[in-house]
Design a protein. Structure first.
Lengths: 241, 209
């Protein structure tokens, strides 16, 4: 848990704008900075980057729930379940050597809470339960699945349900014929959630540089951003299929 | 991990933003992975990246650059170079292709621009991750001009309040837009934040607020 040592803080306030969650405040009574603990997601930014003139910002590991917050909020620490830093997996970044997404399949990376709004595990669980109705194939290496108590119902251990994190990436794939069903569920989730989520859609690219899923998305009335991540096929041994 | 994804802004601004990510899959045992990443960093650095990052060490505005280009884990490394022009990316990809290091390379940017570069250097896109943007309670988001800057750190480490603080510091003459952009790049530990584009976006924000 991060805290501000009240005996050292001089109330200069330089740390306040650095917190992406707005969880550092200046007390009107003591004129010193403090952290609103329920809002802090343990991202580590204040500890790493703020040049506090009195070294008053202190980070200590305290309890399982706070530690889990850090795993889903601090990008530089490798997640214990994946061994790689970040909230997700290698997903399409290494698809040239893993072949995780094959032709005819479409992957989704749903980053719940991003950007900058945050999410609780209870809400992540609700997304999982709704998406299960489509019969998606979950990415087993994803850190969220590692924490789940009940995948079908989207239940996490009780002590985590109300914990807030910066974001959680849900990763799954479906046959291309089910893309429409997934989009319908995502539209329902967008109408009923109290947070935001960023949607990534993963597809193999054809040898003529066309992307089969784009036409389906356009037919569904969706706007595809010009911004995308492209795996350029330099990994070896190359998976072509 | 989709940390280079979902950037927003006018197309002309996005066209000046490219992230080259190089990653070793944990499912492959690469002989001398560290040597392969040192060579990768030599290539990324040669073409004047506006940011450089190594997931073991951090970004070049927060950590020592010599450490970034030389210190790696035995396996499972990820590095990034950020570029402000298609020409630079083209040169980087040509060299990475010739070096034949066997590591996975992902280029994030305006994908039609990326595809053009790939054609020019004789590469083919293998897999793509498209963005359908942000869904849900979007009224909770900061103003779009602020998001154009903060989304350059996909892990959301760059706070909207810090952006506005930098705007204020520029207006007061305490920081130049270039220095303020570097200040914003520091929290983005992975080193994927484009300082050149941030500088331009800050200039726009200063004239608006």
């Amino acid at each position: 848990m991060v805290f501000i040592d009240q005996s050292r803080c001089i109330g200069c306030g330089i740390c306040i704008p650095f917190c992406p969650r707005g969880a550092i405040k200046l007390s009107p009574e003591t004129k010193k900075a403090y952290i609103v603990v329920p809002e802090c997601v343990e991202c580590g930014t204040c500890v790493r980057v703020v040049q506090c003139p009195r070294d008053a910002i202190v980070g200590v590991v305290e309890g399982y729930a706070r530690e889990v917050r850090g795993h889903f909020s601090d990008p530089i620490t490798p997640h214990p379940s994946t061994g790689i830093p970040g909230r997700g997996t290698e997903e399409m970044k290494t698809n040239d050597v893993t072949g995780r997404f094959k032709r005819g399949e479409v992957g989704f990376a749903i980053d719940i809470g991003r950007p900058l709004v945050g999410v609780t595990f209870a809400e992540v669980g609700r997304f999982i339960k709704v998406l299960n109705e489509v019969g998606v194939v979950w990415e087993k290496a994803n850190p969220i699945l590692y924490l789940l108590k009940d995948l079908k119902e989207g239940k996490f251990p009780d002590e985590l349900m109300n914990e807030k994190i910066h974001s959680a990436v849900l990763e799954f794939k479906v046959p291309i014929s089910k893309v429409k069903d997934v989009i319908e569920k995502l539209k329902y989730l967008a109408e009923t959630t109290d947070t935001v989520f960023s949607v990534g859609v993963i597809s193999r690219v054809e040898p003529d540089f066309t992307i089969p899923v784009v036409n389906i998305l356009k037919e569904l009335g969706l706007e595809v951003s010009p911004w995308a991540k492209t795996n350029v096929g330099l990994g070896r041994p190359l998976v072509e299929g | 991990m989709t940390h280079t994804h979902h950037r927003v802004g006018p197309i002309e601004s996005l066209k000046k933003d490219f992230v080259v990510l190089v990653m070793a899959s944990r499912h492959i045992k690469y002989e001398d992975e560290v040597g392969r990443f040192r060579k990768t960093m030599e290539i990324l650095r040669k073409y004047n990246p506006v940011n450089l990052g190594n997931m073991v060490v951090g970004n070049k505005y927060w950590r020592d650059e010599e450490d970034i280009v030389s210190r790696f884990r035995e396996y499972g490394n990820i590095v990034h170079g950020v570029y402000a022009s298609a020409e630079q990316v083209k040169e980087v990809l040509k060299e990475l292709k010739d070096a034949n290091l066997g590591l996975s390379v992902v280029v994030t940017g305006v994908y039609e621009e990326v595809f053009k570069i790939l054609k020019e250097v004789g590469l083919r896109p293998h897999t793509i991750n498209l963005s359908l943007g942000v869904w849900g309670r979007t009224e909770k988001l900061p103003p779009k001009e602020v998001l154009e800057i903060t989304t350059m750190c996909g892990h959301c480490m760059v706070s909207p309040s810090l952006v506005m603080k930098m705007v204020s510091e520029i207006k007061k003459g305490r920081l130049s837009p270039a220095s303020a952009a570097i200040e914003l790049a520091r929290p983005c530990v992975c080193g994927v934040f484009n300082v050149k584009r941030a500088e331009e976006l800050l200039r726009k924000l200063v004239s608006k607020y």
